[in-house]
Every structure is written in C-alpha cells, then in structure tokens.
Design a protein around this ligand. Structure first.
Ligand SMILES: *Cc1c(COP(=O)(O)O)cnc(C)c1O
Length: 396
C-alpha cells in the first residue's frame, strides 16, 4: 500500500488546478502589464482571480496581493507592521512560541533591529490564552501575529476572539493562515483580521504561489522593488498560471470543505484511537480543536527519524515535525513549546491525511506504526532503561 500522509508539508495538485494552470500557459500567456489585447486578456484573468480569492475570505479585491507563497506573505506582513509601527514609536510585537519559522525567523531579524518580541506560551494543549494576550498588549505594541492553525500539531487558535481583542486595543492583527485556508472557513471581516497569509500548495494548488490579504488602510511595505505590479506593493511579472491554478484549487477546497472535514475527522479519530493503544504514547495538541487531517504522536523510547524510515519502507510518507526542521537534529520547537521534553519530542510522528484517505488506509497506518514502534523499542537502550526502572516514564 502507498499512502501519502504528509499533506501538512505539501499537497498533490488537484486535476482542476493542473487544468487551470495548463489552460493559462496555453491561452493566457500575455503579460498583464502589456496594453495590447493578449496582455489585457491576461490582466482580466488576473483580476478575476483576485475577485474570486477575495470573495472566499470576505475581503475586497484591492485587499489581496499575490505572492510567491506563505513565507513571502508572512515576511511582508511582519515587515509592514514593524515599519509602520516604528514610525509611530511602537516597537513591541506579540506572537506565539510555536509559529512557523517564516514568522519566528523574521521576528529574530526584527529583534536585532530594535524591536521587542513577546512570545505567548501555547500551553500543553497548543492553544494561546486570551487573558495572557490581553495582558501582553502594551501602549507600544504594533503587531500581534498568531497562526490560525499550527502546521505540526494542527491546533486551531481562537482567531475571532484574538481579532476582537486586537481591534479593541488598536493593535494590528496578522495571522499565518497557511494551514487553514481551504481547510477552515475564514471571514476576515467577521474575525477582525488585518493581515492574513496563505499558500496554494497546502490546499492542492501549485508550489511557489500564495497571497497576502491586507485590510484597506494598511499601507503595505514592499519586500520586492521594481515594476508597478500589485498596485506597486509587489514587483515582478505576475505568476498567472500559478495564480489561476491556486484559485481553481481554492474554489474546489472551499466548496467541499464541510464534507471533507467531516470525513477526515472520522479517519483522524480512528487513527488517534488506534495509536493511543500503544503503551507510553501521547497525542500532541488538543484532541478537538485541531485540523481534521492532523495526527501528531510522541512515543517514548524511540527516535522520530527511524520511525519515518521504517514507515517509508512500508509505503507510508509521514513526518517527524515540520519538513523544514526534519533532517536537523534539534527537536521540534513546536513540541518543546507544548512542554514535551527533548527525549520525548525526538520520538514523535506527524501524520497529515488527505481528503481521500480511507478506513483501510487508516487501519494499515495503525498496524504499521504499532509494528515499527515495537520493533524500534526492542533494541532501544533508552527503552531498556525505562522498562528496567533506571529511568522514569514520562508518558503514561
Ligand atoms: C507551509 C507553511 C508556510 C510556508 O509556506 P510556503 O508557501 O511553503 O512558503 C508558512 N506557514 C505555515 C503555517 C506553513 O504550514
């Protein structure tokens, strides 16, 4: 059996997206900035795409900027709030401890340039607390940036409530919604979101394309200078094939969202129940307030990397955390942020199932993980120390 269970890292492009992309490459190849008919046709397609994206998140087309993906959108949003804040003497930023590196590394850079950053704890369940956010906001806070859903443990933040607090306190609110767009309903107006990042390849669109929503009134700062594309806020000839494919994928994901989530949650919970039978294991992140495709477990006494290799031999593609950190020996900052100690964080597995996952595949995953964990424990010195009582178990 071949099972792709790493949809949080990237998804397979949908047929609708591939068709939209090739259709654009064949027929709408003009440069949207050119004034002749072929160029203006491309421009029409571009603006139609912008309208469709805006509609889906309840924004207006002028509030959508196309980018090269989630990382770029995150960078631009943070830099925008930082530069605009600094002009008013505000240099304090609030975020959470388990953001994506596109946010955390940008915050590091800002810290080196005189900004002060407060990272809210996300606690054992992987969710920020509103009273702690409320307390952290200061006179000089220019930005709150908190992700909608975490890419490793799938926990979903109370975005509407965070938006309310920020609007009431007069602070700009950005959310990295890369794991949420196409998977959860989003209404930027109802949720008081000022800026939002999205990426097509997380919802069956192509890699290398995404968008940034910035509420009217927010003056965007450029990362890329050049031509006047995207109303002067993001130079470079637009990636129209990518943009058209992204829209096709997002429309499809949005219209099937409820049905997909119902189905995936059922499969997810079946896998969670199955893996919970493994002794000295634990689900990471809140069991209910999590993405319907996300399963993240820690198993005591083993190494994440070796689980992955053995699962790969059984045809299962999974991850030990985020694709960006796997390969590095440091345990995931996300697992550390919810209080897993180094040893336990190392023995962790993320399965992110897709919309077409079946019960049979779920059973095969459960059986394979049980086998692999038992096998690895059979020759693990750490496991021997634990079972012989030389070390204390942390997971029940
Ligand atoms: C994948 C991801 C990103 C980066 O998006 P790219 O399009 O790959 O640059 C940012 N944030 C989160 C939460 C992600 O899952």
């Amino acid at each position: 059996m071949q099972i792709y269970a790493d949809n949080a890292a990237t998804t397979k492009m949908s047929n609708a997206a591939i068709e939209a992309m090739t259709d654009c490459m064949r027929n709408w190849y003009g440069n949207p900035s050119s004034l002749y008919t072929i160029g203006q046709k491309a421009k029409e397609k571009l603006e139609e795409a912008r309208r469709e994206i805006a509609d889906i998140i309840n924004a207006s087309p002028r509030e959508i900027i196309f980018t090269s993906g989630g990382s770029e959108a995150d960078n631009q949003a943070l830099l925008t709030a930082a530069i605009n804040g600094k002009r008013k003497g505000k240099t304090h930023i609030i975020s959470s401890a388990f953001e994506h590196h596109a946010v955390l590394h940008t915050l590091n850079k800002l810290e080196k340039n005189g900004f002060e950053v407060t990272l809210l704890p996300v606690h054992e369940n992987g969710i920020v607390r509103l009273d702690e956010l409320e307390k952290a906001i200061r006179e000089d806070t220019c930005l709150v940036t908190i992700m909608t859903a975490n890419n490793e443990i799938g926990t979903i933040q109370p975005i509407g409530e965070i938006g309310d607090i920020c609007r009431r306190r007069g602070v700009v609110f950005h959310t990295d919604a890369v794991q949420a767009v196409g998977h959860l309903p989003i209404d930027v107006k109802a949720e008081n979101i000022d800026m939002l990042s999205a990426s097509a390849h997380k919802f069956h669109g192509p890699k290398g394309v995404g968008f940034l929503y910035a509420r009217k009134g927010i003056i965007l700062q450029n990362l890329i200078e050049g031509g006047a594309q995207e109303r002067g806020k993001r130079a470079g000839t637009e990636n129209l094939p990518g943009i058209m494919a992204m829209v096709a994928a997002l429309k499809e994901a949005t219209s099937a969202m409820e049905k997909n989530n119902k189905h995936m949650a059922k499969i997810r919970d079946h896998i969670i129940r199955g893996l919970s039978e493994i002794p000295h294991s634990a689900l990471n992140g809140d069991a209910e307030r999590r993405l319907s495709g996300n399963i993240n477990f820690s198993f005591e006494g083993i190494e994440g990397e070796s689980i992955l290799m053995l699962l790969d031999q059984k045809g299962i593609s999974a991850s030990s955390g985020s694709a960006c950190t796997s390969g590095a020996l440091d345990p995931s900052h996300v697992l550390l942020s919810i209080g897993r100690i180094h040893d336990v964080a190392h023995g962790s597995l993320r399965l992110s199932i897709g919309e077409d996952a079946t019960k049979e595949e779920a059973d095969y995953i459960i059986e394979s993980v049980k086998e692999v964990v038992a096998h690895l424990r059979s020759f693990s010195p750490v496991w021997r120390d634990l079972t012989e009582g030389k070390k204390e178990f942390i997971l029940k």
